[in-house]
Design a binder for this molecule. Sequence first.
Ligand code: RB5
Length: 149
Amino acid sequence: MKIALGSDHAGLPLKEEIIKHLGDKGIQLEDFGTFTKESCDYPDYAMKVAEKVALKEFDFGILVCGTGIGISIAANKVKGIRAALCSDTFSAHACREHNNANILALGQRVVGAGLALDIVDTFLNAKFEGGRHQGRIDKIATIEGNYSK
Ligand code: RB5
């Protein structure tokens, strides 16, 4: 499994905890920045990770900003991306099982590191259920196609 990670300055400490956690498990990772605490713009890192995931160069993306809101909104503008902002483990497995989410977004200022790492593990271990859910995802793709140039 290959995971692409990104954050802004506000999400950097949690992203570093996630990198250590997943690295210790031997999961292949690539960090697309930011790498310093200097203030930066979350859409830049959302785009870097979302493009890689949309191109299927990575199985999943994990994005972190202060709330997880801005970075998930930005990632969802990339065609083929289904980024889910999760602050609980139920949403973390449901967004894989029902929505086939391909990016997990987290808010450093919202969840503590312990819960965030449980959310990450839950997200990565859950499987898309297909069936009736596939038709709904196809409808999302149709909306996306209708509004893209
Ligand atoms: C940065 O201060 C903050 O606005 C950003 O990390 C994020 O929370 C935006 O949605």
